[in-house]
Each structure stands twice: as structure tokens, then as C-alpha cells.
Ligand binder design. Structure first.
Ligand code: AKG
Ligand code: FE2
Length: 196
């Protein structure tokens, strides 16, 4: 909590209990056949551009995806922590599973839309077992205009950052890259489920 207040991001390894990690990974693999190519922008202004991003996503829905209840409980807990210790007023969230096939990347960006700015905190949890240097798909975090560093997308690692403040990119993956990505919102929003 201190790190995200001071540095705008935090990296936490072994973020999930082993059983929850295993549950989410197997849920991910089950859903893989129904992932859709991710677009850019909100539903009003959305298009797919493989030059900018090359991932496939599955938007989670708390009601439909009730079998991963433990994840939803954790999301509630994390929101509660941010509200309590960082004095935020988070009251909603949206999460998707993301698959970057080999060759996929995501150009430098902020997690904000031009016509919607309620994403406060971005959360990414990686599910890449046995990730090794050379597999690619590192998350590049830009601290200011000239400095950036790479985060290896290893299994169980969680990265959280301020959505509107931290520019970031996903380097080209050389192997399939799996993650769970979400945004904690200032206002409740049902928009996420329409982004599919
Ligand atoms: O998967 C990651 O490391 C980051 C993904 C991302 O930046 C996004 O989906 O907006
Ligand atoms: Fe992003």
C-alpha cells in the first residue's frame, strides 16, 4: 500500500494462495477457446488494431463466473484495503483474462479511455508457469520520460499501478502469455461486460 502511494506501482510475488492460483489457471484454460480479439477504446469507439495490441480476452462476470467465487472475494478485499489505507473511493471493478499468443504485444499506453476516466488502479496477475528469459511478454513500466524497467510475467506475480499515471507496454511475447487483468473503478460500471 505504501509503495503504490509513493511510487504509483507495486509488485507482489505469490499474490494468490496456491489453491486459488490453480483454480484461476484451470478456469483460464477452460475458457481459452472462447476468448475474443481485444479492441481499443470503449464500446462507442472500439476497433481492433493488431499494430497496437495483439491479445485475446475473456471478460469476467461475477454472476456468470460464480464458480471462481474466491477470486471475487479477493477483489472485494483488495478494494476494501485501498479504500481504507489509500483513502480511495473505489466501488466497482472490471476484469478480463488475457492471452497474448506468440507475436502479440501492446504498445505503450495508459489504462484510460478518452471518454471514460474511472479506472483508478490496474491489477495484473500472471499465470505463466516456467516463464524464462527469451519467452518475451515482459511488462515495461515507464517511471518518467527516459526511464523504464521490465517486469517478468512469472506465475503468481501481481502488479498494481495507478491507471491514469503509469504508462506501460507489453513487449512482444515469444510464447503464449496468460494473465488476469483488472481495473478497480471509481464508480460502478457495467460497461466491462459489453467490451468483449
Ligand atoms: O498484461 C500486462 O502486463 C498488461 C496488460 C495491459 O496493459 C492492459 O491490458 O491494459
Ligand atoms: Fe494497460
Amino acid at each position: 500500500m505504501d509503495d503504490i502511494s509513493d511510487k504509483d506501482y507495486v509488485i507482489i510475488d505469490h499474490f494468490l494462495r496456491d489453491d486459488l492460483y490453480a483454480e484461476i489457471r484451470s478456469f483460464f484454460l477452460d475458457k481459452l477457446p472462447v476468448f475474443k480479439e481485444a479492441g481499443i477504446g470503449t464500446d462507442m469507439d472500439k476497433h481492433v488494431d493488431n499494430n497496437v495490441r495483439g491479445d485475446f480476452t475473456y471478460w469476467l462476470d461475477r454472476k456468470r463466473d460464480a464458480n471462481i467465487q474466491e477470486l471475487w472475494n479477493l477483489v472485494d478485499e483488495v478494494i476494501h484495503m485501498f479504500n481504507r489505507y489509500c483513502f480511495l473511493s473505489l466501488s466497482g471493478y472490471e476484469f478480463h483474462l488475457a492471452h497474448y499468443p506468440s507475436g502479440g504485444h501492446y504498445d505503450k499506453h495508459l489504462d484510460q479511455f478518452e471518454n471514460r476516466n474511472n479506472r483508478m488502479i490496474s491489477v495484473v496477475i500472471y499465470l505463466n508457469e516456467g516463464w524464462q528469459k527469451g519467452d518475451g511478454g515482459e511488462l515495461e513500466i515507464f517511471e518518467n520520460d527516459n526511464e523504464s524497467f521490465l517486469v517478468e510475467p512469472i506465475a503468481g506475480r501481481c502488479v498494481m499501478f495507478k491507471s491514469a499515471k503509469v504508462p506501460h507496454a507489453v513487449l512482444e511475447a515469444h510464447k503464449s502469455r496468460f494473465s488476469l487483468t483488472g481495473w478497480l473503478l471509481y464508480q460502478p460500471s457495467a460497461l466491462g461486460q459489453f467490451f468483449g
